[in-house]
Design a protein around this ligand. Structure first.
Ligand SMILES: CC(C)(COP(=O)(O)OP(=O)(O)OC[C@H]1O[C@@H](n2cnc3c(N)ncnc32)[C@H](O)[C@@H]1OP(=O)(O)O)[C@@H](O)C(=O)NCCC(=O)NCCS
Length: 392
């Protein structure tokens, strides 16, 4: 059966009546024209464009333009934007020097968080919080988050960072800076698609974190640093590393059956599965699953894909009725691993892409900014009597 096409969603009448769950489930933070996720139908749309079309036809650079400016660029707009990104790739030397002082064993997301914070310290216009200036910073951040993440990929191994190569596209250049080797066209395209698929995803934890920080009219660097901090957790972006680590412990397809059974008996959450919004198959996982099959085959790692696929089948057989399917983090790890990327760099790659969504969303909100300020329900004691410290 042909897939249903996403349809227009109307504007809200504020205030909105919603049903809330813990973790702000069901709460609505704002209206947006940037991206749409329909968890029941398994739809993901950026600015009206279906993610399947973007993954097939677009590039990460074009997707960033689309997210930031709300339309697909003309050829000239694309070239100008592309060249601007290229021009912004290099980061101040001092940032790299300071990053070299970090302990090599810190998690790359901690190093990335620090590196992006340093970028802000070296930008004299960081605190000029206007749409115009923040748009320019957003483009810088999209270009430089990649450079900082790749620099740390080298520094943590005692290697010198590799300068960006202006002849390469964003995805290929990231791989080149991280590994020191220029990727072939197919590898570069796979990375490009991964970046497209991770660029935005509704009001997830890191995007909301970014929105909250920016809504106090803080600078865009602080906003992205906050986004990185939130993305780092294993219930969010950090799941891709954990998912791969778990799949790597499985010997073969029979062992995959055992692995899922054990997880079910132990009531253990299986990394890379389930989603707060998607109760249908995550469209990003659909695309990534196909590329995982291709890339693992190309790199002679078919077994990795077969095991992952078996885990998927078993989890869906057990939990599919409850709406638990693979999410974006399940197959991305198998792809990165097959491409020879170190596991601790998986979550930074997510950030290298998602910086576009964070920036687009806070820029959209800035002209109509209202500081975020939900309330907690107080359920603690009242009428306590204060006892001086020496009488307690
Ligand atoms: C993503 C995630 C945090 C969404 O969480 P949520 O909307 O808060 O859902 P909950 O954690 O409340 O889970 C709801 C139910 O589904 C189960 N469930 C959710 N994800 C599960 C998973 N990956 N494996 C097994 N069971 C899972 C929970 O155990 C819970 O069961 P219960 O009702 O019997 O207690 C959750 O699915 C998860 O932790 N997944 C693993 C981490 C991951 O892959 N994160 C990346 C997300 S892109």
């Amino acid at each position: 059966m042909a897939e249903q096409k996403p349809k227009f969603v109307g504007k809200l009448e504020w205030p909105v009546t919603v049903q809330l769950g813990r973790g702000m489930e069901g709460a609505i933070s704002n209206e947006s024209t940037i991206g749409y996720v329909d968890g029941e139908k398994g739809w993901l749309v950026y600015r009206g464009y279906n993610i399947f079309d973007l993954a097939e036809h677009s590039t990460y650079e074009e997707t960033c333009y689309l997210l930031l400016f709300g339309k697909l660029p003309t050829k000239k707009e694309y070239e100008d934007f592309y060249m601007k990104l290229v021009g912004y790739r290099a980061v101040p030397n001092k940032v790299i020097e300071l990053m070299k002082g970090l302990p090599k064993e810190v998690h790359p997301m901690a190093a990335l968080r620090t590196g992006v914070s340093l970028l802000g310290c070296f930008d004299p216009k960081a605190d000029d919080v206007t749409v115009e200036n923040d748009t320019e910073i957003a483009i810088k951040l999209i270009a430089r988050t990649s450079t900082v993440a790749a620099a740390w990929a080298r520094i943590r191994k005692g290697l010198e960072p590799v300068d960006p190569d202006p002849s390469l596209g964003h995805a290929a250049n990231f791989l080149y800076m991280a590994t020191g080797e220029k990727p072939d066209d197919f590898t570069a395209r796979v990375m490009d698609i991964c970046l497209i698929l991770h660029a935005d995803h509704g009001m997830n934890a890191s995007t909301f974190t970014s929105m909250v920080i920016n809504s106090s009219l803080s600078d865009l660097y602080s906003t992205v640093v906050g986004g990185i901090g939130s993305l780092k957790g294993p219930l969010h972006g950090g799941a891709n590393e954990r998912a791969l680590a778990e799949v790597m412990t499985i010997k073969d397809e029979d062992d995959a059956v055992r692995y899922v059974k054990d997880a079910i008996v132990q009531k253990k959450k299986i990394m890379g599965f389930g989603h707060r919004v998607y109760k249908a198959y995550d469209p990003r996982a659909k695309v990534l699953g196909q590329y995982s099959q291709k890339v693992t085959q190309m790199k002679g790692m078919e077994n990795l894909y077969k095991i992952a696929k078996k885990v998927e089948e078993e989890v869906i057989a057990a939990y599919g009725e409850r709406g638990i399917f693979p999410n974006v983090d399940f197959y991305s790890g198998t792809i990165y691993y097959a491409l020879g990327i170190d596991v601790p760099l998986f979550t930074p790659i997510f950030a290298v892409s998602r910086v576009a969504g964070w920036c687009a969303r806070v820029l959209e909100y800035l002209p109509i900014n209202r500081i975020f300020r939900p309330r907690a329900v107080y359920v603690g004691a009242m009428e306590q009597k204060y006892t001086p410290i020496d009488q307690r």
